[in-house]
Structures are given as C-alpha cells and as structure tokens.
Design a protein around this ligand. Structure first.
Ligand SMILES: [Zn+2]
Length: 875
C-alpha cells in the first residue's frame, strides 16, 4: 500500500519537474523502485512495538514432498503432501502447522498398515493435528495431507519491500489479458509459502524437499534442486519431479511454471541456466552477465565453493518485489527483460550479484529469525559492492557504497531503529534501508578495520560453522572474533544493537595570525547517551602533499590542531576512506574543496568536493573546480558535475561551460555522460546544438537518443514532434519510448489517439507508468472530444487489465489527476472551454467509476473512495 502511493507521488512530481529529468527517471524506474523499497516506512505508532522471539522449535521437519496440480481459471491448486518429521527435543502428541487460506480435505498418519485418519482443527491459518500418541525426538512420523490452496480467496497484506503475500501467484492464467504470457510462480519470503504448502513457515525450519508439478506438456517448470523425473500423463499433461536434497528454509522453496526458453551455461560441473520468455532468449546471457565469474569470485572470498547442485535464474511477469534468492533458483521481476541496446545503457548486475551472494548468506546460512534478517540482507547488499570493486575497480564499488549509505541516511529521518530488530509490529518492516544499506555500510567499515584476509576468514568461519543451519548477529561477531583473535563486542554493541548512527560535525577554524588550523569534531547525533568509538583515517593535505593519519574519535568533542607549513594552510578530509556508517557535516569553503578535488584520488572525496562547489557557484574556486570536474576520469562524476551545473541560473556561467558541454554531448566516451550533457543543452535551450541533437536521435544508446529528442523538444517543438512520430516506427524501447509518448501526448493531435490505442495493449510492467504519463498528458492537451473519449477508454483498459494492485492504484491516480485538471478548466472565463471541461469531467468520472467497479481489492477500494471524495465532492 505504501509502495503504490510512493510510485504515484514520485511520478507526479517527476511530471512537474524539469523536463530533462523526466525520461532519465523513467529509464531508471526499476532501480528507483528498488531503492524506494528500502526508504519508506511511514507508520508511526505510539509505544514500543512488541518483542519478537525466535520461533520455538517443537518439531523438526526432515523432508516435505508436495504434489500440486492447478486449476488455471479458478487460480487454485489441488495439493497432496507428505511431511516426515519428529519432535525437536521434548516429547509431543500434537503439532501446529502453518496452512494459510486453505480448504483441508484430509489429515492422516502414514503407517506400515495403511493411513490412519487423525483428529485436527483448522483456525486462523493454523492446522492443529492431534496424533495417536506421544512421540519422542528419536521417532519419525509421516503425515499425509490433502488440501486445496486458494491464494486468491482472501485479502492479502505484504510490505514495502514485498508488495503482496499470496505465496502462490497465477499470472493471466485465465487468458483475459491479450499479449501476456500465462505463468504460475511462488514467493515465499517472509512466511507466504504456507499458502500452498503446509509447513512450519519459519526461517529456522530447514528440510529437504520434493516438489511435483503437474502441468500442460507445453509448459516448462523450475524448482529447487534437480529435475529427477518427467512423467507424461493423460490429456496432454506432464508431471515434473524436482528434488532438493540439501536442507533449505521454508521460505526458499519455490517453483515457477511458464513458457520459458532455457539458456544453459556451466560453472565447473554445475548447470547454470536462465529461464526467460522466448522473445528475450537472445539476450539472456547479457541479462545475467558474469554469473559464472561471480560464482568463482564469491566461492573464492568466502572459502566455500558454491554449495548447491545448480544455479538457475528465472524472469517472471508481475513479480511482487525486485528479485528473490530461492535456493538454487533465484526469481527476478520483468525489469530484467531487456534487449542489447537497453542493457548497454543500464544493466541489472547489482541485482544478479545480490541474489547470488544470498545463496551463501541467506540460503546456506539463514537468519534464524526476522529480527536478525540483516545477516542475510547486509551481506547481499555488501556482496554487490564487493563484486563491483573486484570486477570494475574501487571507484565503481565506492560509488555504490556511497549511494547505499545516502539511501540509508535519507531514510533514517523517518525511522532509525537498531540493526538487530528485537521489537517490531510486522515482520515485513525489517526489509528496509537499515537491514540492507546500513547493514552493508557496517560490513564495509568492519572489512576496512580488520582487512580483507581477516574479513574473508570471518565469512568462512561463519558459513562453515553454521552450514545448512541458521545464524544471527552474534554468530557473525563470534566468527569475526575467532578470525581476528580480538574482541569486537564494542563494535557490535554500537552498530548492531544500538539505534541511530554517528553524526560528526567537523568545524575548521583557520587562524592566520597563529598560523594554525583547529579542527573540532563533535559527535552530534541526537542520541546524547551514546558516544561512539570510531577509528578513522583522515587525510591532511598541504598543497599537493597528502598524508594519512589516524583519528580515534571516542568523545563527544575531539580537537585536532595542524600548523601551517611555510604559510601553506592544511586541508583535511575526515574519514578519507569514507567508511563511517553515518554522517559527516563539514564547514568547508570552496578553496579547500578545490584542493581536496585536485589531490584526492578516490571517488567519494571528489564527489563531496563537486557537491560542495555546486553549493557556492558564484565563488571562483567553485567554478574552477566544476570546470576541472567536467573532465573527471570517472563518468559518474562527470554526470554529477553536469547536474550541479544545470542548476546555474546565470548566463555568464552557462556561456562559460557550454562549449565544453557541447563537446561532451558530441563525443564523450561514456553514453550516459553524453545523454546528460544533451539534457543540459536542452534545459539551457542551446539552439546552436540542434545539429548534435538531430544526429543523436539515431544513436545506438536509447539514453542518448531519448535525451536528444527531449532536448530537441525544448528548442524546436515541431521538429521534435515530427521526429518522435518517425522514431516511433522503429519500435523503440526504454527512455526513447517514454520520451516519444510524452511528446506525442503533449502535442495532443486528434489523429494520435490511434497511436496510443495501438500501443497500450502491449505495454506491461513498470513501463505502464511512462505510457500513463503520455496518455494523461494527451488527455490534457487534445482538442477533439472524440479523441478524448477514445483515450479515456483505452486508459481505462490499461488500469482494469493490470493485475498488480499497487500498479492499478498508481495508474488510477493518473485519472484523478486528469479529473482535477478538468475541474480547474471549468472555472475558465471562456464559456466554450468551461462547457467542454464539464463534459470531460463527467467522462473521466464515468471511467473512474468503471475502474472502481472492476476493483476487487478492499484496501484499494478504500483509497479510491477517499480520492473520489477529494476530487469530486470537495470544492
Ligand atoms: Zn536480499
């Protein structure tokens, strides 16, 4: 729910802000969402949330065998299940199993002389089974269960990170949506697999499994472990039997069914393969680029060779989160479906590395409770950085580390509880920027403090000692202590078990008469009870001479004095490795920023300097710095510099920088830099750059072509429209497609109703938002009432045929925006305009009513009702 409003507000602001920013955001929509997942949590309840203990272990499951057949139209599954289990320690004559929203047909005990019916009761998603006698832990009991899984029968919940909790998803299995494949897939985390598999649905339950899927022979299946048998049945059906023979946690059990192409690679003697829609088969290896090399690298640094029998990655439609690390079979959302041209602009390698590292941290060793989920997520987050540093160098890793840290700092203004979360209201809350980003930042700091060898050894100890079992923050601490032979309680106490983060205020007082610089470092975090111990490296620069010294910050206030050398004033880069999992605020001026920029060889120090200069552009040192930074060796920093310059209002600065930016737009070796440079030229309306823009329209990079078209629209709207129509015939994707929709929408030409009508049925997933922007803009600008009605109808279909409720809500929001515009137009002094607006408002209202009539989600209906009231009742 919170998720959908975030998408909506994000898209609406994007619409109002600078045109230049628009398509870049839409191009990055998937990334943006993934970041957003981590940064929102807006409920604030009074009082402390309850203590959440680990699930008590009363019974242990050895193996579960689940045989499923599906009713594709009804969206239900008929299930037979055999669970073998035994009491964990204490003798017991009953068990309570998780069984969500099911119809239970039979509960039996399997014995040598045949099955015995058992007494049971089924309430509140729990199946209580009463055995015939007490059993002890040395016994082995097999339960046989027959039931119907009905994931669509009841209201579902979910969280910011995972927007639904049905567990089992039927995608277009009734075939109602044209041009969309039919698929069935599962999503277990957190405790959702018990919607289709009766189990002890807790992260500290691990068992082996056999999943048997009866499907039409035209379909492909994927599940955990190995496909051991395929049995042809009657009526064109087939049963696939998958066996997972190493224990995995309940939430990592998975299956996916659809018409997939399987592209096969190998890592050592293990199968590595990609399940994708046939259309994307040619791009599958690029989509999952470097998977094998990552497996090498992670095996090497952890000292644990990839532990499972195979690694599959599957892309499905309408996935409810970013991606999921099911053991041996990770599942990804359809943002992965990209062509070569799109991948060249922006790949999803961070997501691929994240899910892969989870096969060690999360699957091989699993967080024993949601309280400790950070021992899964912090490593997956840090794994992305480690891979980037290894493969693409320090700058690339530092860039991601910095972005993640800023994501956490930004979200910490909303909430900042402790990393190990003993108290929470909903277990879904722990999937946030604290468990992920802050956890990753803390690992980065720890790695820097103890060194790579010790960090790798700690990982090996943690993974081997807890192999195929569970771990928690203390298991990790003890592994670090065993590896290093040192006490790390002080570190864990302040970062894992204490809320908030350090905030250092660094003040520079240059005293020219005394020839010295006094640096005062204040720990300014709001938590006045906490003084952090922070061993940090700090750079001291005299001219172009840089030395690195130790700063052991451990008091509320520390003072450091540096004498001038032969009149040269020192410049300080506090925490010059940029590993503090917190914030540093400095009162640095432009001249020291310039020295920092010219002397520092690392990404973050330079980025901070560029940001500092961007805040004081009227200063000559700042201008000099920005000019230098346009030629920075790092493309991301050149882009960051462009973003600072774009804010420049004065023509004086614009004139100064334009020639260089024109050159960048033409020939920078980084496509995204070229794209951003063109954005700036468009934003500044540099008409002399029209030729560059025209040339760039056919660039192989969609980002460059999209920027060029949008920039062209700024200086020559007619040509831009003409070119947009021409380019639309090339079946563009990514940002170029979004820009075309925007331009066609803005022009509101009567005949373009047919264009949108033809596009709409083929647009799926997050791309629908870009389409919605174009269509709602069209509704705002089109003069013809007939075209207005046609696009209103077409947009109604876009919403009604969307199966993700959060997307439906956000798309519906566009209609309310259109209604609000028409309501405003009614106030016009031109009677014709006012009359037309009255008519159109009624049309949109009727369309919204149609959307509401088709909505079956109670929560979404509530939201719509509120929006109806806001839009149509209030004056
Ligand atoms: Zn993860």
């Amino acid at each position: 729910m919170k998720y959908c409003f975030l998408i909506l507000s994000f898209l609406l602001c994007a619409d109002l802000s600078h045109a230049q920013r628009r398509h870049r955001r839409s191009a990055n929509a998937d990334t943006v969402q993934r970041v957003m997942l981590d940064t929102l949590e807006i409920t604030a309840k009074a009082g402390k949330p309850p203590y959440q203990p680990s699930a008590p272990k009363l019974w242990e499951i050895n193996n579960t065998r689940v045989a499923l057949s599906f009713n594709w139209k009804e969206k239900t599954a008929d299930v037979k299940e055999w669970i073998s289990l035994h009491p964990y320690f204490y003798a017991s004559d009953s068990i309570v199993l998780d069984a969500k929203g099911m119809q239970i047909d039979s509960v039996e005990l399997v014995t040598k002389t045949g099955n015995k019916r058992l007494q049971y009761s089924y309430n509140d998603d729990r199946l209580s089974v009463h055995f015939d006698r007490f059993y002890i832990s040395a016994d082995s009991v097999t339960l046989y269960l027959k039931y119907k899984a009905m994931p669509y029968a009841k209201q579902s919940g979910g969280s910011a990170a995972i927007v639904d909790d049905k567990g089992l998803y039927f995608i277009n299995t009734d075939g109602k949506i044209p041009h969309k494949p039919s698929q069935i897939w599962t999503q277990g985390e957190t405790e959702s697999n018990s919607h289709w598999m009766i189990t002890l649905d807790k992260p500290n339950t691990k068992f082996t499994s056999q999943i048997e899927l009866t499907v039409p022979d035209t379909m492909t299946t994927l599940s955990n472990g190995a496909l051991i048998k395929q049995v042809k049945g009657t009526n064109g059906m087939r049963t696939d039997i998958w066996k997972q023979d190493m224990r995995i946690q309940a939430y990592a059990v998975m299956f996916a069914i659809g018409k997939f192409s399987i592209i096969k690679d190998k890592w050592k003697d293990k199968e590595v393969n990609y399940y994708v829609e046939p259309e994307f088969a040619p791009y599958a290896r690029q989509m999952f680029n470097n998977t094998g090399e990552m497996m090498d690298y992670y095996s090497q640094i952890t000292g644990v060779s990839y532990p499972w029998n195979k690694y599959s990655q599957v892309v499905v439609r309408d996935y409810v989160s970013g991606a999921m690390e099911n053991t041996t079979a990770s599942l990804f959302g359809d943002f992965m479906n990209q062509t070569t041209r799109e991948i060249a602009d922006k790949n999803s390698e961070d997501v691929v590395s994240h899910e892969l590292f989870h096969q060690w941290f999360g699957d091989y060793v699993t967080a024993e409770s949601w309280t400790n989920v950070t021992v899964n997520e912090s490593f997956a987050n840090y794994g992305e950085q480690l891979w980037r540093r290894h493969k693409y160098g320090k700058d690339a890793g530092d860039e991601l580390a910095w972005n993640d840290l800023m994501g956490y700092v930004y979200s910490s203004s909303l909430k900042d509880p402790q990393l190990v979360r003993f108290n929470y209201d909903s277990r879904e809350e722990v999937f946030d920027a604290i468990s992920y980003n802050k956890g990753g930042a803390i690992l980065h700091y720890l790695n820097t403090l103890i060194g790579d060898d010790a960090f790798n050894r700690s990982m090996k100890i943690y993974l081997t000692k807890n192999a195929l079992g569970t771990g928690e923050a203390h298991s990790w601490r003890m592994a670090v202590e065993e590896a290093t032979g040192q006490d790390w309680n002080w570190f864990f106490n302040q970062f894992y078990f204490h809320a908030g983060h350090p905030l250092l205020k660094v003040n520079y007082n240059y005293d020219d008469s005394a020839n010295k610089l006094t640096v005062i470092v204040n720990q300014a975090q709001s938590d006045s009870m906490m003084d952090y111990t922070l061993p940090l490296k700090t750079a001291v620069i005299y001219g172009d001479q840089k030395t690195v010294i130790d700063w052991n910050i451990n008091k509320r206030k520390d003072t450091f004095i540096f004498a001038y050398k032969n009149g040269v004033k020192p410049v300080i880069i506090p925490d010059c490795q940029h590993v503090l999992p917190g914030e540093i605020k400095e009162n640095k001026r432009s001249a020291p920023w310039l020295i920092q920029y010219r002397t520092a060889d690392d990404y973050v120090s330079r980025r901070l300097a560029i940001g500092g200069a961007g805040k004081s552009m009227s200063d000559s040192s700042a201008q000099e710095l920005l000019t230098f930074a346009l030629s920075d060796a790092n493309g991301t920093l050149r882009r960051f510099t462009l973003s600072q310059m774009e804010k420049a209002q004065s023509d004086k600065y614009r004139r100064r920088w334009t020639p260089k930016i024109v050159e960048m737009a033409k020939s920078d070796n980084d496509k995204l830099v070229r794209s951003d440079a063109i954005d700036v030229l468009g934003s500044w309306k540099v008409t002399t750059a029209k030729g560059i823009m025209m040339d760039a329209l056919y660039d192989s990079s969609y980002a460059v072509a999209g920027s060029a078209l949008e920039a062209l629209a700024e200086i020559d709207a007619d040509t831009a429209y003409m070119m947009a129509k021409k380019l639309s015939l090339t079946q563009p994707r990514a940002s170029l497609q979004s820009v075309i929709w925007n331009i066609v929408g803005k022009n509101g030409k009567e005949e373009d109703a047919a264009y949108f009508e033809a596009q709409a049925p083929y647009v799926q997933g997050t791309k629908k938002f870009a389409l919605a922007r174009g269509m709602s803009s069209y509704l705002k600008h089109v003069k013809s009432d007939e075209s207005f009605i046609r696009i209103t109808n077409s947009f109604t279909d876009v919403i009604v045929l969307e199966s993700m409720k959060s997307y439906r809500g956000s798309l519906g929001g566009f209609f309310f925006q259109v209604a609000a515009e028409q309501k405003e137009n009614i106030k016009s002094d031109k009677p014709e305009e006012a009359a037309s607006a009255t008519k159109r408002l009624a049309i949109v209202k009727a369309a919204i009513e149609k959307v509401i009539a088709a909505e079956d989600d109670a929560e979404q209906l509530d939201d719509y009702k509120k929006m109806m009231k806001e839009t149509f009742e209030k004056e």
